[in-house]
Design a binder for this molecule. Structure first.
Ligand SMILES: Cc1cc2nc3c(=O)[nH]c(=O)nc-3n(C[C@H](O)[C@H](O)[C@H](O)COP(=O)(O)OP(=O)(O)OC[C@H]3O[C@@H](n4cnc5c(N)ncnc54)[C@H](O)[C@@H]3O)c2cc1C
Ligand code: SF4
Length: 481
């Protein structure tokens, strides 16, 4: 270990932009075994590992780096997967620059951070290949069941942890495939779908039931789910998209980001998507404008490039430094030829039947607003018109109205529409109903969804066990009376 002074930081190679824009394949290669060992040996094994502190799952990073450097790969895999249900997924898509790697101490001394994410990905990809990732076989089967609404990272992590304890688990999802945004939001070039599918297949093999195409509130009532199970977890994510306040409903070539990404991901999975085939959700040959500066916007611009768009512009009202998206993804998009128009606000849509022009104005950053970020203000006399064939709005997501959707006004929400929980036990305002992931936090990250799912599983298990204990005690009291 401690080889950071002798060995330089080396990331896995990245496919060149001209090649990668022709496919939807992941853009980063995987380390060869020797390279992973070498890079892991750069870790300084510091007394207080800030990487671990800043990883939402508090992964034992220095330990699995040391084991990797010593070629003890099975042990590295076991330690890595003891705190994370999908390490190879986090290794691929966590914004490491803001989390573990952003806090690596050797970075502060100018040596370049340990490449934690790529090594984490290597450890578990290798474990899958070696057959070390086994299905779950609980020590004892329990008769109690838990219903989980939503099969995104939060729901999947909770399901796995509860199944390990022997509970009977059913996951309900409105989509036709499990995985939530892992399968239908995040594009293949960041996370290949086989990686998600092998995870969900393993859960199926472990006895977890999936009820797909099952929209709670429409196909089954929330009350039914509650009555069927000993506890319920709501992990439905956030899906109501924000619209820019222009006259967009008049134009069918102004589309929400997620519709565009779902169509692309489904097409990649060989489904026939009518709106992709008829061109509505297909950027091929078009002048595309994406509005927004977060990770979803980056996924849209890069998808549009791969679909063969004529031109792709990204409009964002603040500057590059203030973009909410990961800088790594912004850089990837620039390399792939996306034209970023920072400090640019769309002010008007115009066209006859379909949208033809977007009027924009340049912005400047003024005084900080109540959130502490400098407020963008329009610069007079800087208006211009952009010719467009397709506009994709990627302005973020809000929670759907769950009390209404689930027809249950007992379910209380915050002023942002997220579910209110008791943070001590993650229970909502309804006894035995818990919540986790984006529906509690608002739009967040996969790693936080996993963390919440794991915490919820622990609380649900304690809740069921305590309830059972109390019921048995009551029964005994009655029997002895
Ligand atoms: C385009 C995009 C790109 C992203 N990229 C990244 C990234 O690179 N890295 C990262 O860390 N995070 C990323 N995120 C964020 C991340 O995907 C989410 O934070 C995470 O998936 C939230 O997990 P979840 O389990 O709470 O919800 P979700 O993943 O949203 O899953 C919720 C599930 O609930 C189901 N559901 C909802 N309502 C119902 C209902 N009424 N009945 C039945 N089922 C229902 C949905 O169909 C869905 O499958 C991205 C998000 C988007 C939109
Ligand atoms: S889960 Fe994410 S933050 Fe934690 S070590 Fe892995 S890549 Fe870093």
């Amino acid at each position: 270990m401690l080889k950071f002074t002798k060995i330089n930081q080396e990331n896995p190679s990245k496919i060149s932009p001209d090649k990668r824009v022709k496919t939807f394949d992941e853009i980063y290669a995987r380390y060869a075994a020797q390279k992973a060992e070498e890079q892991a040996s750069r870790c300084s094994q510091c007394g207080v590992p800030f990487c671990q502190v800043h990883c939402p799952l508090h992964n034992n990073i220095p330990d699995w780096l040391k084991l990797t450097a010593e070629d003890r790969m099975q042990e590295a895999f076991e330690i890595s997967s003891s705190t994370n249900n999908m390490p190879e997924i986090c290794g691929r898509i966590c914004p490491q620059d803001r989390l573990c790697e952003g806090n690596c101490v050797i970075e502060q001394s100018g040596h370049g951070t340990v490449t934690i994410g790529s090594i984490e990905k290597y450890i578990t990809d290798n474990a899958w290949e070696k057959g070390w990732v086994k299905k779950i076989t609980p020590n004892e089967e329990k008769s109690e069941s838990v219903g989980i609404i939503g099969s995104g990272p939060a729901g999947l992590a909770a399901a796995e942890e509860l199944r390990k304890k022997g509970f009977q688990i059913t996951i309900y999802d409105r989509y036709d495939r499990p995985g939530g945004l892992l399968i239908y939001g995040i594009p293949n070039f960041k996370l290949e779908k086989e990686i998600v599918i092998r995870r969900t297949d393993r859960l199926k093999e472990s006895g977890i039931k999936f009820e797909l195409n099952c929209d709670i509130g429409k196909d089954i009532t929330f009350e039914d789910i509650k009555n069927k199970h000993n506890a319920v977890l709501i992990a439905t994510g956030v899906y109501k998209f924000r619209e820019i306040n222009l006259n967009n409903s008049n134009y069918n070539n102004v589309v929400p980001a997620l519709d565009f990404l779902v169509a692309s991901n489904k097409t990649g999975l060989k489904d026939k998507v009518e709106d992709f085939v008829n061109g509505r959700l297909n950027a091929s040959g078009k002048n595309v404008v994406v509005i927004g500066g977060g990770d979803t916007a980056m996924d849209c611009v890069r998808t549009a490039v791969r679909q063969g768009a004529k031109s792709v512009k990204c409009l964002y009202r603040r500057d590059k430094t203030n973009m909410p998206g990961s800088q790594r993804e912004v850089q990837n998009a620039i390399e792939e030829g996306v034209d970023f128009q920072w400090l640019t606000l769309p002010t008007e849509y115009s066209g006859n039947g379909s949208l033809k022009n977007v009027k924009t104005v340049l912005m400047q950053l003024g005084e900080p607003d109540e959130s502490g970020r400098r407020k963008p203000e329009p610069k007079e006399g800087t208006e211009k018109n952009l010719d467009v064939d397709l506009v994709i709005e990627a302005l973020g997501f809000e929670p759907e109205n769950l009390p209404k959707l689930f027809d249950n006004q007992e379910l209380t929400i915050t002023r942002w529409g997220t579910l209110k929980i008791n943070y001590k036990n993650m229970m909502t305002s309804i006894d035995g109903v818990f919540a986790a992931g984006d529906i509690v936090r608002g739009a967040s990250l996969v790693v936080w969804g996993i963390k919440d799912g794991r915490d919820a599983a622990k609380n649900i298990s304690e809740y069921i066990e305590f309830k059972q204990f109390s019921e048995n005690r009551e029964k005994k009291k009655v029997a002895n009376a």
